[in-house]
Design a protein around this ligand. Structure first.
Ligand SMILES: *Cc1c(COP(=O)(O)O)cnc(C)c1O
Length: 383
């Protein structure tokens, strides 16, 4: 099928990473001849670490690594587990599955709690597991399962684990930071990982990892090299890095973090909530079903593609004809859902554009509704 692009169409990202990059952050990346072993770069780097910390809710400064988000996940596994350690991972989607695969790759004694995709684990489930496996040394969790648009009730889950066990709690918050409140120190989380191309609104290539004091005390005896967090911490305390950092991305990061802090974290989070409510309202007035029935993420909305429509063709048409890049479903959800992201620097007009593009593409695919039906829900939600 050859789909013609409309003239003058602009490219717009509605996928849950990479997210749109604000002009200020793009311009900051223009200076490509920065040497990283200099005082100005150290200052920028430390400033980034300091501005990241409140987003993790930790007094400890997060480390900045040169990798995609999965690199920080791997760093968590190689620095916090040893061969044979009993660990729990929860598979409620593509990213939950990733913790399990990583732990197995590094020969942890891995138990996987599978839950239906689109749902979140409950505190009761976790409590029962810990009662049955009191020797669990580490639990891998998610804040936000990006493949299904579900936000896990993280605070309650962590509190439940903490009541039962002093095991390490490691959280992938890659698609949650900036969209959801998270407080490592207060809640009792030991490690949180994040990535640059999600709520931080800069291109992919940096990941962040923050460790609690307890995690630092329990660093694994495993041998490791690129992702040796002990070596990184020693360097990064002074603004240096063990290896050459992605200097242009660090320059962008500083600008995007300053923008987020200027707005204020509370406002950034409530903005995301407003955007997600608008998309949900639009999906409903368009007559579409939401994939998750509760525990909605503030980062993205997973919408069920109507039965008579081919989801893959819809996503393809959106990108090719309308320049609107959405994500479809993965694995068991392939062709069945469309994921509408409003993570990062996305404003109400972009959400409106995304809903309009979705309407046009659905009409092209033969779905019947009154044009503007989805937009009316979005608009009503935003006024
Ligand atoms: C994006 C994402 C990742 C990381 O993926 P990379 O492609 O390695 O950056 C991991 N977990 C979640 C929940 C994500 O949304």
């Amino acid at each position: 099928m050859d789909i013609k692009r409309e003239p003058f169409i602009k490219d717009r990202l509605f996928c849950p990473g990479p997210t749109p990059v604000p002009m200020e952050a793009r311009l900051a990346a223009m200076d490509a001849s920065v040497y990283h072993r200099t005082k100005p770069f150290y200052d920028t780097f430390i400033r980034c670490r300091e501005l990241l910390a409140p987003m993790f809710g930790s007094k400890n400064l997060p480390l900045i690594l040169t990798s995609s988000g999965t690199g920080a996940m791997e760093a968590a596994v190689v620095n916090l587990t040893a061969v044979g350690d009993k660990v729990l991972s929860i598979n409620g989607g593509k990213f939950g599955e990733r913790w399990g695969k990583l732990a197995q790759t590094y020969q942890c004694n891995t138990t996987i709690m599978s839950i239906p995709w689109g749902t979140a684990p409950t505190p009761t489930m976790l409590a029962a597991h810990l009662d049955a496996h009191p020797d669990t040394k580490l639990v891998f969790l998610h804040a936000n399962e990006t493949s299904t648009g579900v936000f896990f009730p993280l605070r309650e889950l962590v509190a439940t684990i903490r009541q039962k066990s002093d095991c390490l709690i490691v959280v992938d918050a890659i698609s949650a930071l900036g969209a959801h409140h998270l407080s490592m120190d207060e809640w009792g989380i030991d490690c949180v990982v994040a990535g640059s191309q999600k709520g931080f609104g800069i291109p992919p290539g940096l990941s962040f990892i923050c460790l609690s004091d307890r995690a630092w005390e329990r660093i694994s005896p495993r041998s490791r090299f690129y992702f040796d967090l002990v070596r990184e911490e020693k360097n990064q305390a002074t603004g240096a890095t063990a290896w050459t950092p992605a200097t242009t991305l660090v320059a962008s990061l500083k600008v995007s973090l300053e923008m987020l802090h200027e707005t204020g974290l509370e406002r950034v989070i409530s903005h995301h909530k407003k955007m997600t409510e608008a998309v949900r309202a639009g999906a409903r007035t368009l007559g579409l079903e939401l994939f998750a029935k509760e525990n909605y993420s503030n980062s993205l909305t997973a919408i069920t593609v109507p039965n008579q429509i081919a989801g893959k063709a819809l996503v393809k048409r959106l990108a090719q004809k309308y320049g609107a890049v959405f994500a479809g479903g993965q694995d068991q959800l392939e062709g069945k859902i469309i994921r509408f992201s409003h993570l990062g620097f996305v404003d109400r007009f972009e959400v409106i554009a995304g809903m309009a593009a979705l309407e046009f593409a659905l009409l092209d695919e033969g779905y019947k509704f009154k044009p503007g039906a989805g937009l009316s829900g979005v608009m009503a939600s935003l006024v």
